[in-house]
Design a binder for this molecule. Sequence first.
Ligand code: PLP
Length: 419
Amino acid sequence: SLALMDFDPELSQALQNEERRQEDHVELIASENYASPLVMAVQNSVFTNKYAEGYPGKRYYSGCDNVDVAERLAIERVKALFDCDYANVQPHAGAQANAAVFLALTNPGDTVMGMNLAQGGHLTHGNPSNFSGRHYKIVPYGLDPETGLIDYDEMERIALETRPKMLIGGFSAYSRHKDWARMRTIADKVGAVFWVDMAHVAGLVAAGEYPDPLPHAHVVTSTTHKTLRGPRGGIILAKGQDEDFYKKLNSAVFPGIQGGPLMHVIAAKAIAFKEALRPEFKTYQHQVVTNARAMAATLQQRGYKIVSGGTDNHLMLIDLSAKPYTGKDADAALSDAYITTNKNSVPNDPRSPFVTSGVRIGTPAVTTRGFGVAECEQLAGWVCDVLDALETGGSTLTTVRDRVRELVVGLCQRHPVYR
Ligand code: PLP
């Protein structure tokens, strides 16, 4: 706006540039999406001014009648969306939802089993640099190096040997279904709590496009801004547990790890959950999966290796370990062509997590802006063009990059995000 431009030209310019970038670049980062104008409008509201420590009806400050309405709507809607009987919508983000689960259900020093970060897990599932890895004894599970699939027999063997207090399901980079029932059986065998972090696939789960962890897990966490397409935030859900268990989770969020909830974000979550309850959301999620399959098939036809041989969800990993260039190089070359992806480790990656031998791509954002199978096949072809040229090097790369960038901008302008 004019006022912003006057008051703060530097920030105003950055914002304008970001608006341009989001319109003109193809977004293939699997954890990103575009929130709706309504979600953004409500997030940008006077709810941001209100302190509301506590929960609806039991606040530490007065004046909370209206924010109570917002939080109750968010809770009721997300419970309906995932057919569950407990929801906490206050976690500021996914990492906070996960920290609350650790605080509620384990003690520092406990043994906890989570998916290896290098093989698809998340930082909060026990990485040494994260609170989870620093305060708990983490035993990782991972993939069968031959198939790229989770090795459940090995998971069970490690669990029986190490007897973790908690088993974590969920991932940031795994393209297949996870066998929640099998994981619950393993957890039960050693008396562990089974927690699923469904952040990446929450939207697919809500739409019936991915196996629902809620019937199997003691507790489920998620972000609200990935496939779920809401504002940036976190949630905790559960089903069939007792009131004591739910109380523990609530007190872990507040006063355990957070102070005042972000009421403007909670109000925006209520909007996003209402959007997700509509039939169009199911159609969207189905298209996300269809588009991912189409991209994986095109990449494979062009000779690129996909970890595990394909995808059953919204993402895939291109395995570049046999290539002369790294995941970091691929990420940079694609970015120069206005295709945004992220470098990602592949199973048994010989390179460091800062360099890697893979690229992760996902379809939630491009599907929101209206790409179908035809556009996704075309796009996957351009990804291959850039990677082929990266292998050839020299002036070919510059020529191909310039051509692809022009095609990308053209396609993006035919599918505006907000304009
Ligand atoms: N859990 C999983 C599986 C994730 O992939 C992520 C983010 O990428 C998170 C949690 C953390 O969410 P946030 O970035 O909102 O803290």
